[in-house]
Design a protein. Structure first.
Lengths: 103, 407
């Protein structure tokens, strides 16, 4: 039954890391969209028909793009990981920020 | 040309054929959601996915020579074939590999015909397991490994197949739920446009990861065959032409697109809106990348399907067609044994007609016949880029006007 124990150990790690990346990044992306809508105001937000929508708010636009940049950085990390693995390197998070070195 | 060379050529052609089916079977994993939500036009989606698979395949520089070691014992630790299998110029080993590949292809084509997203790696492993049992007996299969790490059929194939769709489903459901919570109060037209972009990005990541993961399996199998026949001896590297041929085969397959499977995943399982598409593809990409980092072998198909199911569960009020999901799970369960049965049958047929060149040619012709039959069968109700997004439920037939009704 070693395999089952080992698989469960592996599965928990995969689940935890995937939740952070696979649900966390979409969450930030959604917050970005929310901010952009807040920034754009008007028709971007749900409002009572017949009335003009909320006023535009530049801060929302700026915040939105900052959030998108965070998501882009996450995706760039993912691509770097794929490429690094392909070339026989490993990505390590020992120093908190990612570093690449040979196996 | 020696007998081994003839068999070797058949093995290489069959392996590339498998790689091709691997590509078109798995286009759906990355692109079904983007096609379903109209984030990308169908032809553009498969072209993008094909290109990224090509790039991904070239990125797999690392040698994947020991791919079959996870399930069968036909290679040593360094990737070289077992010496007792290559005593006759490699014919014994080549026949096992050929029969295994045919098992994988036949099962991939059949599930494609039925529009079911089954795992290509399970099909390949199943075929190899079946052919090995037929050729070497039950002891030739690596069932559980040696217990020190996840290994063998149980550790590398069965357990990940159970765990990965559940993990992907949980992640996608959580992501979907969060996205819908956050974007309450934003006009749908505004969110949909934004999420389409996110969807394209995350789907591209899945395509890239797919190219790196899957193309190298075939590269490993072809190189194993080359070593067995004595045409290659380096166990640390694979020939450049093998890499190029495999990359082109998987990319061409992806570009052709398994439209039947794309339709099932994109329209059949859940009605997908752009925010769900983003959540599903992000979950798939995350699970695939994280598990390869942690050395947890899995199938992209299981992950993608789990993710799409998860987005159906995570969106309040969304409908999941459990009957479709049930058919998929059934297909997953029988993929490995079914491909194994085909693989074993092919080995026996090849063996009965005398093994060697004759046997190899006979099973190859059988493969061509079966593939041709399934292709023609598929023309009866074709699914392509034109009708891939049609409504899943048939529109109800117009009510019959009773004969006596005044008009």
């Amino acid at each position: 039954m070693h395999n089952v124990t080992l698989a469960l150990q592996g599965a928990w790690k995969v689940l935890a890391a995937s939740l952070i990346l696979g649900a966390g990044l979409p969450l930030i992306f959604a917050l970005g969209i929310r901010s952009l809508a807040w920034g754009a105001g008007g028709e971007a937000e749900v409002h009572t028909t017949g009335v003009t929508g909320p006023k535009a708010n530049p801060a929302g636009t700026v915040l939105g793009w900052i959030l998108f940049l965070i998501v882009l950085a996450g995706v760039a990390l993912g691509i770097t990981f794929v490429v690094a693995t392909g070339f026989g390197k490993v990505m390590s998070f020992d120093h908190i920020y990612p570093t690449i070195h040979s196996k | 040309m020696t007998q081994s060379t003839v068999i070797l050529i058949l093995v290489v052609v069959t392996a590339l054929g498998f790689d091709f089916t691997n590509g078109f079977h798995d286009t759906a994993n990355a692109m079904a959601t983007s096609i379903a939500t109209n984030a990308l036009r169908p032809k553009v989606a498969v072209a993008l996915s094909g290109a990224l698979n090509l790039v991904g395949a070239f990125l797999s520089v690392q040698v994947a020579l020991t791919v079959s070691n996870a399930v069968v014992k036909i290679q040593g630790k360094d990737g070289a074939p077992k010496p007792d299998l290559v005593g006759d110029g490699g014919k014994a080993l080549l026949l096992i590999v050929l029969a295994g590949l045919i098992g994988g292809i036949v099962w991939n084509l059949l599930t494609w015909l039925l529009g079911l997203p089954s795992s290509s790696s399970h099909a390949l492993f199943g075929g190899l397991i079946g052919a090995t049992i037929a050729g070497l007996g039950w002891a030739g299969v690596n069932w559980v490994g040696d217990g020190t790490k996840l290994d063998g059929v149980v550790g590398k194939v069965i357990l990940p197949a159970i765990a990965s769709p559940i993990i992907a489903g949980v992640v996608a459901a959580a992501g979907t739920w969060l996205i819908y919570r956050v974007t309450v109060g934003v006009a749908a037209r505004f969110t949909d446009n934004g999420f389409r972009w996110g969807q394209i990005g995350s789907a591209s990541l899945v395509s890239l990861a797919h190219g790196t993961n899957d193309a190298q399996k075939t590269m490993g199998v072809i190189t194993l065959a080359l070593i067995a026949s004595g045409d290659w001896s380096d166990t640390k590297n694979i020939p450049v032409w093998v890499k190029i041929a495999c990359a082109l085969a998987i990319a061409a397959g992806t570009y052709l697109g398994g439209w039947r499977i794309i339709r099932t995943l994109g329209k059949g399982l859940v009605e997908i809106a752009p925010p769900q598409g983003l959540a599903a593809e992000s979950a798939s990409a995350a699970v695939i990348l994280v598990s390869s980092q942690l050395g947890f072998a899995l199938s992209t198909t299981h992950v993608a399907t789990g993710s799409i199911l998860g987005t159906g569960i995570g969106k309040p009020g969304a409908q999941v067609r459990w009957r479709v999901a049930g058919r998929m799970v059934a297909a997953w369960l029988i993929t490995l044994p079914a491909a194994a049965v085909v693989g074993a049958l092919m080995w026996y047929i090849g063996h009965i007609v005398g093994g060697g060149v004759g046997g190899a040619i006979v099973v190859f012709v059988i493969l061509l016949a079966l593939a041709g039959f399934m292709f023609f069968r598929s023309r009866i109700n074709p699914v392509d880029h034109n009708n891939v997004n049609d409504e899943w439920e048939q529109a109800p037939a117009p009510e019959r006007v009773s004969a006596g009704a005044a008009s």
